[in-house]
Write a protein that binds this ligand. Structure first.
Ligand code: SAM
Length: 409
């Protein structure tokens, strides 16, 4: 194995894209992760970092482009850390995402991936993001996203993945940067767009408080604002909720990491009792209001971290028909997965925005004594990036069911 050093340039063939979005290649007995690559690229790459037997590289020259490679349309691509898949045709992006999910299931969950993992494409691969976080560098008068792999602000005048209402908000904020009229202590801004292009901004700039906005998904009305979580790609939310809830119905359901109640409301129409658990008090308050506006009195929202809340109260909930969990990118903590296993719901629906943490948590949940992975489906909520939303349906493993079945008379 030749020693690879930072700054070395080597010629490689990119084999495939791996979880995290990088291209996998090999050179001098080392594994290389190549940023912004396409599978099949023949490239010269420059080593940026070496860690043990692994090196991280950037493309210095494209010798022969992969068939899936296209010219990235955004002028900031490569420098801006927001997107990392614009170099791929949309079809290749979808294929890579399914491959990444399979890779995580095999390597992390130690499961054989189902033969078919369907992926629902985004109706719009551009101008789809209804939520954005912009960084603000007051000294340099810059506003945009962090540059790739750094905390330097990339000054972005126009972003091709945000919805038009957010582009207008970005332009207004940039005019305020030029006029030095933004709050002294602001470092970043969260912007969200709802129905009729109504936007909400946190921290607020032109209003005293963070403004509320609203969105109707699958006939349910959700109020929310920029200071709490709401999903990014609204065009995919109706099929996402449908695929998560399917034909579920019964007595008791639990919605963990419930946010403003995206899944809590439809669950409350199908189950007699629903408990939502959410750590963010602001999101929890919206969830209660959204339930009240929908006149759904059979659901309650608990404001607490899921693990802590389940450790104290899970016993009172049993028996539970369905647990739906939709944690942040970090996945569920061990306290939460252990509590779910102890609760023994008939079915689990795991909605995830990171296949790696999903796979880690599936490793804890799926086994002969716990749950069977029935199906897994992907939704391309984040075109032009390597991120992907996944829904896994689990049911109680047969052995576990048999053990708890009353003996035949
Ligand atoms: C991916 S979002 C999902 C929200 C909601 N299910 C939806 O689809 O709109 C994750 C949510 O979990 C909340 N959260 C993060 N850590 C938590 C924890 N330890 N316990 C409970 N909620 C948490 C966040 O505030 C956020 O609202």
């Amino acid at each position: 194995m030749k020693d690879l050093r930072v700054g070395d340039v080597v010629e490689v063939e990119v084999e495939r894209l791996v979880p995290g979005g990088a291209g996998l290649a090999h050179a001098h007995g080392r594994t290389l992760f190549v940023a912004l690559a396409a599978p099949g690229d023949h490239v010269r790459v420059r080593i940026e970092r070496v860690r043990g037997g692994v090196a991280f590289a950037v493309i210095a020259e494209i010798i022969t482009p992969a068939p899936a490679r296209i010219e990235p349309p955004c002028p900031y691509f490569g420098r801006c850390g927001g997107c990392d898949f614009q170099q791929l045709t949309y079809g290749a992006q979808l294929e890579a995402k399914v491959e990444m999910i399979c890779d995580c299931l095999r390597r992390i969950a130690r499961l054989t991936p189902p033969a078919d993992i369907p992926i629902t494409p985004a109706p719009d691969a551009w101008h789809y993001r209804a939520r954005a976080q912009w960084q603000y560098d007051r000294e340099r008068k810059r506003l945009g996203y962090y540059e790739r792999g750094s905390h330097t602000v990339c000054d972005v005048a126009a972003c091709p993945v945000v919805v038009p209402a957010l582009q207008t908000l970005l332009s207004e904020l940039r005019a305020a940067v030029a006029a030095r009229s933004l709050p002294e202590d602001a470092h970043d801004f969260q912007g969200v767009a709802g129905a009729d292009d109504a936007v909400s901004l946190a921290p607020p700039v032109w209003t005293d408080e963070v403004r509320e906005t609203v969105r109707t998904i699958g006939g349910e009305r959700y109020r929310f604002d920029a200071a709490c979580f709401f999903q990014i790609n609204h065009a995919l939310l109706e099929p996402l909720v449908r695929a998560a809830i399917r034909d579920a119905h019964g007595t008791t359901a639990v919605d963990l990491y419930c946010g403003v109640g995206l899944f809590t409301l439809p669950l409350a129409r199908r189950f007699e009792r629903v408990t939502g658990v959410e750590a963010n008090a602001r999101a929890g308050a919206y969830a209660r209001r959204n339930l009240m506006d929908a006149q759904l009195t059979n659901a309650r929202i608990e404001t607490a971290p899921t693990g802590q809340w389940l450790a104290r109260h899970a016993r009172k909930l049993a028996p539970v028909d369905l647990v739906l969990l939709d944690p942040p990118r970090t996945g569920a903590d061990a306290e939460t997965t252990n509590a779910i296993l102890a609760l023994r719901p008939q079915r689990i629906v795991y909605v995830s925005c990171d296949p790696a943490t999903l796979a880690r948590d599936l490793r804890a949940l799926v086994n002969d004594d716990g749950y069977t992975l029935d199906s897994i489906a992907a939704f391309d909520m984040f075109p032009q990036t390597h991120h992907v939303e996944t829904i896994a349906h689990l049911s109680r493993a047969q052995r576990e069911l048999n053990e708890h079945r009353p003996a035949a008379a």
